[in-house]
Ligand binder design. Structure first.
Ligand code: AMP
Ligand code: ZN
Length: 464
């Protein structure tokens, strides 16, 4: 499989470590607010990546953090902790806020058929690990204490900008916040590993450390969680493109300084979902959530279809008109598929050809829109329904659009068979064999066929 690697700025063959288990790390949500569908675009694309790696026979061990401390309103250690602000605003404790929005995140993710990663770790649960890493960074001269905080010294690295091609002008976040620079920092790119005597007196969660009561910076949590659960060598690290700088740049700096060797081979970044005001963002007032879509009458999977119809490396423009278009196409596609029969048949000779077409699309830097085209090509082909459904089921294991869900209900059942079963049930009832009568009713119900006993006999309807 070929994939664009932000680290090398090239599309390259994905070669996992020799153990055969892909070590995959995902930056999780900052749980101070609802996840919007922009955040969820990133998680949909990462979900497809994970499922596709499994489809081609790899095992994947995937870890995600939950950011419940340390992520400030400014990415360069400025502003306030987003969690603390939200807790104040909602008159709740930080932990209550974190619990509420974490649960809601996974509920929304499930509505989009995003699989929960194997391991999900709240940042607040691994404080000792961060202390261990920071202590070593201080011992080895990569970190320093100033104004009560512990900072990472970026001047100690030869290639701090490894992920961003040394192009400081492109680092919008850095440039914007430069004006308000923290005077404790020796270099403007240095970042906080541990806050103690910080400007945030009202920080609710604090832990004791060798440097005093305090709390970790945002970046150290991802390095700490990743190294603890996935070891010293990571195959692939994922996030949205806004994470490239400073978050991922700082993760590389501190992890490699700590480990003394290269840490992660592939960096996978998803472009933003934009709306008329630019990047959809939690702090930017109006944003769209899964519930917004449901309340407006959309099927959330129409949004997943919209995301998969575009390439993860290109910005995606959200508008309700676009979504209406996607929903129409998605529902039409499902309707066509629901007309296929699951009747057992011979596997068509072209089965492997279409399977290869799907693989070629996904191997081509995860081209999900071409993969969707393959579904249409299968439907258009002259293969039998059995082969078509076998292929679509297989592809949907990766795309997760519930493409064949409707058909499951009436597996292999035709009118004549239903009528025979109704007659058998009537016979059983006549013989007072109510157990058998119920069994037949339940069996049909499982297939989506509902029986109704009327004065004129038993009728049935197929559930939508
Ligand atoms: P956050 O909850 O802000 O920490 O972000 C969670 C994930 O969503 C991160 O990987 C971000 O890079 C990503 N993200 C944030 N905004 C967008 C957006 N508008 N489009 C796509 N991904 C985004
Ligand atoms: Zn992260």
């Amino acid at each position: 499989m070929e994939i664009f690697n932000t680290l090398t700025r090239k599309i390259e063959e994905f070669v996992p470590n020799k153990s055969g288990i892909v070590k995959m790390y995902t930056c999780g949500p900052t749980v101070y607010h609802y996840a919007h569908i922009g955040n969820l675009r990133t998680y949909i694309c990462e979900d497809v990546l994970e499922k596709y790696l499994k489809y081609i026979g790899l095992k994947v061990d995937r870890v995600m953090n939950i950011t419940d401390v340390g992520h400030l309103t400014g990415d360069s250690d400025l502003g306030s902790d987003k969690m603390v602000l939200s807790a104040k605003h909602e008159h709740k404790s930080v932990l209550d806020i974190a619990k509420f929005y974490t649960e809601k995140f996974f509920i929304d993710a499930e509505k989009l058929n995003i699989r929960k990663p194997d391991t999900v770790i709240p940042a607040t649960s691994l404080i000792n690990e961060y202390i261990k890493i920071i202590s070593k960074l201080l011992d080895t001269g990569y970190a320093y204490i100033a104004g009560g905080n512990v900072y990472f010294d970026t001047s100690k690295l030869d290639n701090y900008y490894v992920l961003t091609n040394h192009n400081e002008d492109d680092l919008i976040v850095g440039a914007r916040e430069d004006v308000l620079a923290d005077t404790n920092k020796k270099n403007k790119t240095d970042f906080v590993l541990w806050f103690t005597k910080s400007k945030f007196d009202d920080q609710e969660l604090k832990w004791s450390s060798p440097w005093g009561l305090g709390y970790p910076g945002w970046h150290i949590e991802c390095s700490g969680i990743s190294m603890k659960y996935l070891g010293e060598y990571l195959d692939i690290h994922c996030g949205g493109i806004d994470n490239i700088f400073p978050h991922h740049t700082n993760e590389i700096a501190q992890s490699e300084a700590y480990l003394g060797h290269k840490w992660c081979n592939y960096w996978f970044h998803v472009e933003h979902l934009n709306d008329a005001n630019g990047k959809m963002s939690k702090s930017n007032g109006e944003f769209v959530t899964v519930d917004t879509l449901i309340n407006k009458g959309f099927n959330p999977l129409s949004y997943r279809y919209m995301v998969l119809s575009s390439h993860y490396s290109k910005p995606l423009m959200f508008s309700y008109d676009n979504l209406i278009g996607s929903e129409k196409a998605y529902l039409k596609l499902k309707k066509r598929i629901s007309g296929l029969s699951r009747q057992e048949d011979k596997l068509d000779n072209n089965y492997a050809k279409y399977q290869q077409q799907f693989i070629d699309s996904m191997n081509n830097n995860l081209n999900t829109s071409l993969a969707l085209t393959t579904v249409y090509d299968v439907l258009k082909s002259d293969m039998n329904d059995y082969t078509k459904l076998k292929l679509i089921d297989e592809f949907d294991g990766v795309l997760s659009l519930d493409l064949t869900k409707e058909i499951e209900k009436n597996i292999n059942i035709d009118e004549k068979e239903i009528e025979n079963l109704i007659e058998k049930r009537n016979e059983a009832k006549k013989n007072k064999d109510y157990q058998q009568a119920d069994e037949i009713r339940n069996h049909l119900q499982e297939l989506g066929i509902i029986l109704k006993d009327t004065r004129d006999g038993t009728i049935y309807e197929i559930r939508e």
